[in-house]
Write a protein that binds this ligand. Structure first.
Ligand SMILES: [Mn+2]
Length: 278
């Protein structure tokens, strides 16, 4: 595949919010790992207390994932699975893969009651059409990563990788992580979402909002006549402490008189943990 990603129409998943979804939370880039207990505890507490009817996790929930079989043997990942299961009993919980956890499998998700999301997915909430992505596919300037991504998202590559012994898969993940750490230390700046590709995706989805994570640079950017919202990463183990929930709230009465269109409006807010309460 050598097509120009800027002009290649993406396969867009669809998620239509039922009328009962008044509040939809978006989180990403928690990078959950056993060595970062404060971040895990914040996430656990948030998941137990959020009033949202839907929690959409847009990638890199986990720092690393080398196969569902490894998760079964990992006490920390089992605690994470339990949080997902508990939350999924009272809210809609969905997961989009990131660049760290793209190997999370359908078996793990279904065992937790979590819906898999395609990257990108068009969320329809009332009148709003919102395109959701992890964001890594849009960061075209990171050429070595894009080459890796092309390989690693190939089902045959994944099948071969998952067939390797666990120790070999863990070694591979350590090497990848070391590479990304060394790039950070060399001061290489992270690529940002490509403007042209972001606009192309929005046009393909007929959406006017793009929400993604991955870059760890939370902000709200104008993008032509559209808006690009970037989610925060989470860390309550390393300064600067940060953990943010991007909350969409549907205002107004979604059900009008017979024949009325849905005139509800959607607003958003950014809630910071642990300052804000959920
Ligand atoms: Mn990422």
């Amino acid at each position: 595949m050598s097509a120009d990603p800027r002009t290649t129409p993406p396969t867009i998943g669809r998620l239509t919010a039922p009328a009962a979804w008044h509040t939809v939370d978006l989180i990403s880039d928690l990078h959950l790992q056993a060595s970062e207990q404060a971040t895990f505890e914040a996430w656990r507490s948030y998941m137990a207390n959020t009033p949202a009817q839907a929690v959409l996790m847009l990638g890199d929930l986990f720092e690393v994932w080398v196969g569902d079989d490894a998760a079964v043997q990992d006490p920390f990942l089992q605690r994470c699975a339990e949080v997902l299961r508990q939350t999924a009993q009272r809210a809609h919980v969905a997961f989009m893969p990131g660049n760290r956890d793209f190997l999370v499998g359908p078996d793990f998700l279904s065992a937790c009651g979590v819906q898999p999301l395609t990257d990108p997915t068009l969320l329809t909430l009332g009148q709003q059409r919102i395109l959701l992505s992890h964001g890594d596919a849009l960061c075209l300037d990171d050429k070595p990563y894009q080459a890796f991504r092309l390989q690693a998202r190939n089902p045959q590559w994944q099948h071969a990788f998952l067939a390797k012994p666990l120790a070999e898969r863990q070694e591979f993940a350590r090497n990848l992580r070391a590479l990304s750490e060394s790039q950070k230390h060399e001061g290489m700046s992270f690529a940002d979402a490509d403007l042209e590709m972001s606009l192309f995706w929005l046009e393909q989805a007929e959406a006017d909002q793009l929400i993604h994570g991955h870059t760890h640079r939370p902000a709200d950017h104008a993008l032509g006549s559209a808006v690009r919202h970037v989610l925060s990463d989470w860390s309550l183990d390393h300064a600067p402490l940060r953990a943010q929930v991007f909350r969409l709230t549907r205002d107004g009465d979604a059900v009008g008189d017979v024949g009325d269109v849905d005139v509800s409006d959607v607003r958003y807010e950014r809630l910071d943990l642990p300052r804000d309460h959920f």
